[in-house]
Design a protein around this ligand. Structure first.
Ligand code: NAG
Ligand code: NAG
Ligand code: NAG
Ligand code: NAG
Ligand code: NAG
Length: 521
């Protein structure tokens, strides 16, 4: 009987135990299930819900736009207007004329610029660039470096397998990358709905996000584009983790150098890292890099911020052409600039030894209109280009991209702690015209969600980095399918009828570029 009693008691205990386990499981499961349902399972059906047009298009291809609008399930979130610091923020910076890559738009005269202040002008970027060198002048070291030390033969680098070089460069620095990621083609994959997006609010991040790119501050009402997350096909990509990023970048400096699309990526990164919250432990260290607003200029040539807790510096320097610009007649305010196609920007040359991650880009300024408006005169080997073939803009761009990549590749040998990326071109989406002839990008849904091609759509950038240790940050194809993510007609100061189908809304597509970057450093 004793045995029976024990047996019975045991059974009871076991039953109770199992009931407990089952009950706990159910509780935990159902507790998790609700968020799971909305965040982890959304895949296809939810994507279609958010972007009904995609499905419709696939099935019929003829649905009218209004139908898409009606079917739109994106919640129409309204925020108190008072939270939008309307006039000051909106008026802070005008629409930059980068939307005018093929421009022949007039450039402001310097005297006009002096009094232009923060006000908008369609040639702001041109102005900005034409003051670049004037601002640089105080740095005598830079000037003399420029004139006495033209880009010398970069040390030839042995062509290494990317993986082995990866290992090699990491010998003497904190491990930054996961060697495994080298095999991954981050550019291939698909966009999926993620209700945890965006990574920061477009109403926030006022410390770093330009009002002109914060589409939440505009009349735009569709925000489905904020909810998509890029999922590479053949590899795992961790979600962006700000703490991890800063830890990885402890005592390190990340520099973006490029045009306004590079500036968008910079602002995006600052917003992601801070979650769009105001931060008092991030200090402006622009001065250290000479990035101060010169008298009479609209803004400095760049910005640099240091996250004090981890001593991480993130900076951006404006170099639209990614080559060195040198005033031909420094004493003359309306001087032309020698555009040294085969020399790196002086800023890069001067500070590269202090960088640990470098992200370069160029592209949208390589057209006759921009070159003329900026008063750029092409130089190679220190002499003015007369070769007709090279005077062709595409050839000049090709020469510059190859030159800068080769130069940086040579520097990598000197600075093993440095990782360099060349970001591929950010696509424009002007339909039915160009930036100045009524081109539009009105869609509120992505073109498609998947990118399956193996090779980059940017042949120039991918060709230039081939065989070097400079990595391609390939954002072209994945951005190409996101035509709905541009500023479009919501430009704050756009001339009626003119749309910005070049820059992106933030939060938005450039956030993904930073996630790809995070995955590779
Ligand atoms: C969103 O709300 C605003 C203000 O209430 C309204 O004007 C607009 O038409 C709404 N948009 C949609 C797509 O429902
Ligand atoms: C902070 O980081 C920079 C690189 O970004 C480094 O040069 C400097 O030595 C670091 N400072 C300290 C106190 O570690
Ligand atoms: C300054 O440069 C412009 C061309 O950019 C030229 O037309 C003008 O004559 C120059 N002025 C002087 C004083 O050299
Ligand atoms: C620049 O000069 C080098 C030799 O000094 C020559 O090999 C090269 O072809 C020149 N490049 C151009 C574009 O003229
Ligand atoms: C670009 O430059 C590279 C290196 O000089 C050259 O191999 C390539 O043929 C050029 N491509 C074009 C399209 O000019």
């Amino acid at each position: 009987m004793k045995g029976g009693y024990f047996y019975e008691r045991r059974t009871k205990q076991l039953s109770l135990f199992f009931i407990g386990v089952v009950f706990t499981t159910i509780v935990v499961w159902s507790w998790e299930k609700t968020p799971l349902l909305t965040t982890l399972l959304p895949s296809h059906s939810q994507v279609m819900q958010l972007f009904p047009a995609v499905e419709v298009k696939v099935k019929q291809g003829t649905q009218s736009k209004d139908d898409f609008r009606e079917a739109e399930v994106v919640p129409n979130v309204t925020y108190p207007v008072s939270s939008i610091n309307a006039p000051s923020i909106l008026g802070e910076e005008g629409l930059v004329d980068l939307i005018s890559p093929s421009t022949s738009s007039p450039i402001n005269t310097p005297s006009l610029d002096i009094h232009g202040g923060e006000s908008s002008s369609t040639s702001q970027e041109n102005h900005h660039e034409s003051t670049t060198n004037i601002i640089e002048k105080p740095f005598s070291s830079e000037v003399s470096e420029k004139s006495t030390n033209p880009i010398s033969n970069p040390p030839k680098q042995q062509l290494l397998e990317p993986v082995s070089s990866e290992v090699e460069t990491e010998d003497n620095v904190a491990p930054m990358a996961n060697v495994e990621t080298q095999a991954c083609n981050f550019g291939k994959g698909k966009w999926v709905i993620d209700n945890n997006r965006p990574l920061y609010s477009g109403f926030g991040c006022k410390q770093w996000l330009s009002g002109m790119w914060a589409c939440r501050l505009t009349q735009r009402t569709d925000f489905g584009y904020e909810k998509l997350k890029w999922q590479p096909k053949d590899c795992k990509m961790d979600d962006f983790n700000a703490l991890q990023f800063l830890k990885r970048m402890q005592h390190k400096t990340l520099a973006f150098i490029g045009d306004s699309l590079g500036r968008q990526q910079f602002q995006s990164l600052m917003c992601i890292l801070t979650g769009g919250e105001e931060r008092y432990d991030v200090e402006d260290v622009g001065k250290k890099y000479g990035l101060v607003k010169a008298r009479g200029s609209v803004r400095p040539d760049g910005w640099a911020y240091r996250f004090r807790p981890t001593n991480t510096t993130i900076l951006y320097y404006w170099s639209a052409s990614l080559c060195d610009l040198d005033p031909i007649d420094p004493g003359n305010r309306s001087t032309f600039f020698a555009m040294h196609l085969d020399r790196p920007p002086a800023f890069l040359k001067r500070f590269i030894s202090g960088f640990h991650v470098l992200v370069l880009n160029t592209g949208h300024h390589w057209n006759r209109g921009k070159v003329n408006a900026n008063k750029w005169v092409m130089y190679v080997n220190g002499t003015r280009v007369t070769n007709r073939r090279l005077l062709n803009i595409e050839s000049a761009k090709n020469l510059t991209v190859y030159s800068i990549v080769r130069w940086v590749d040579g520097e990598l040998g000197k600075y093993p702690g440095l990782k360099a990326f060349f970001r591929s071109i950010s696509p424009r989406h002007f339909f039915n015209g160009d930036w100045n002839t009524g081109g539009t990008c009105d869609k509120t849904t992505p073109g498609k969600l998947e990118v399956l091609q193996e090779v980059s759509s940017d042949l120039l950038a991918s060709g230039a980095v081939k065989g070097t240790n400079v990595k391609l940050l390939d954002v072209t194809a994945l951005s190409e399918v996101r035509e709905e993510g541009h500023i479009s007609r919501y430009s704050i100061k756009a001339t009626p009828g003119m749309q910005d189908c070049l820059h992106w809304c933030l939060p938005g597509i450039p956030d993904t570029w930073n996630e790809l970057l995070f995955a590779q450093i």
